[in-house]
Design a binder for this molecule. Structure first.
Ligand SMILES: O=C(O)c1cc(=O)[nH]c(=O)n1[C@@H]1O[C@H](COP(=O)(O)O)[C@@H](O)[C@H]1O
Length: 294
């Protein structure tokens, strides 16, 4: 960790859970939502949408997840819009997860790591989503880069989209994790990374997490719900709540021993309330999720 970052991402996440609960509001400016919000489908529209969502989340929920694709659609102007939204979210003290789903060979993915996780970068976030389908090892130096700067990352393990199951349920034939499903190997690999960090303890929350959809049956993906991995609590970014059908009240049933690390991620179910209803929608979801037994 550098001198500028005195806490780990895991510590900041744990603090956000304690102060504001587990809701993570997605910033997903779909064209249909921009229309419903009375905004243009343009870089200016996604900027205004993002800024209004940050303002609605500020002081209510603690975690924000801008979906990069909707900004990237507008090219350089879209990235400038995202930079503005991220700056406002940083100023608001939110824990920001950049949903960029980056992945590549090691030397290239390191540059993505710098783009999203370097302190002072215009796109700086607290954690970024990473795709491990060039091999979890291809992400190793980026995870180390993140940890050294007090940042985090979420590695896709079992995603909520139905077409991912065949790939993520496949059983590894070679490697030290032979016999595990792809999804379970991502979870155990990330847990092992967290456990190897100098500050690691079984009571702490790790800085590297996984993405597991709340719409799934974890046993179908070879993930053991009964016993958590050894070491720090693994953060689990869990989309699939709200518009995709999962219910926060079922979190313990869905995730079992992994529930302690779950971030309840919702986009359309909150954003659909529109510019006049979003503050109430965020408050209602925070209240509902605040009482979760994990
Ligand atoms: O990484 C994610 O956040 C993600 C992983 C996954 O397995 N499924 C999934 O829906 N997501 C993201 O979660 C958001 C879905 O939001 P909803 O509108 O709540 O369904 C989108 O930004 C997706 O890209």
């Amino acid at each position: 960790m550098t001198a500028t970052e005195t806490t780990t991402f895991g510590d900041r996440l744990e603090q956000a859970f304690a102060e504001r609960g587990r809701l993570c509001v997605g910033v997903d400016p779909h064209a249909s939502l921009l229309d419903a919000w009375g905004l243009d489908d343009s870089a200016a529209g996604v900027r205004e949408f993002g800024l209004r969502v940050v303002d609605a989340v500020y002081g209510r929920a603690g975690i924000l997840k801008p979906q990069v694709s909707f900004f990237e659609r507008h090219g350089a102007a879209g990235f400038a819009a995202l930079e503005r939204v991220l700056a406002r979210a940083r100023d608001a003290g939110l824990v920001v997860i950049g949903d960029a789903k980056r992945g590549d060979i090691g030397s290239t993915v390191e540059a993505y790591g710098e783009a999203w996780l370097r302190p002072g970068s215009p796109l700086e976030v607290d954690a970024v989503t990473l795709s491990p389908y060039l091999g979890l090892g291809s992400l190793a130096s980026t995870l180390a880069y993140a940890a050294e700067r007090g940042k985090g990352a979420f590695v896709l393990a079992a995603t909520s989209n139905p077409e991912a199951a065949a790939l993520q349920q496949a059983v590894l034939q070679t490697s030290s994790r032979a016999g595990s499903t792809v999804a379970a190997a991502m979870l155990s690999g990330v847990a092992a990374f967290n456990a190897a960090q100098p500050e690691a303890s079984a009571k702490s929350t790790g800085s590297m997490g996984v993405v597991i959809g709340a719409t799934l049956r974890l046993e179908d993906f070879g993930i053991d719900r009964q016993s958590p991995p050894d070491g720090p609590v693994v953060p689990v970014l869990a989309p699939g709540y709200g518009a995709q059908g999962a219910r926060p009240a079922d979190t313990k049933t869905i995730f079992g021993a992994l529930a302690r690390g779950v971030i309840v991620s919702e986009s359309r179910s909150v954003l659909g309330a529109g510019p006049d209803g979003i503050v109430d929608a965020v408050s209602r979801r925070v209240e509902e999720i605040g009482g979760l037994d994990v």
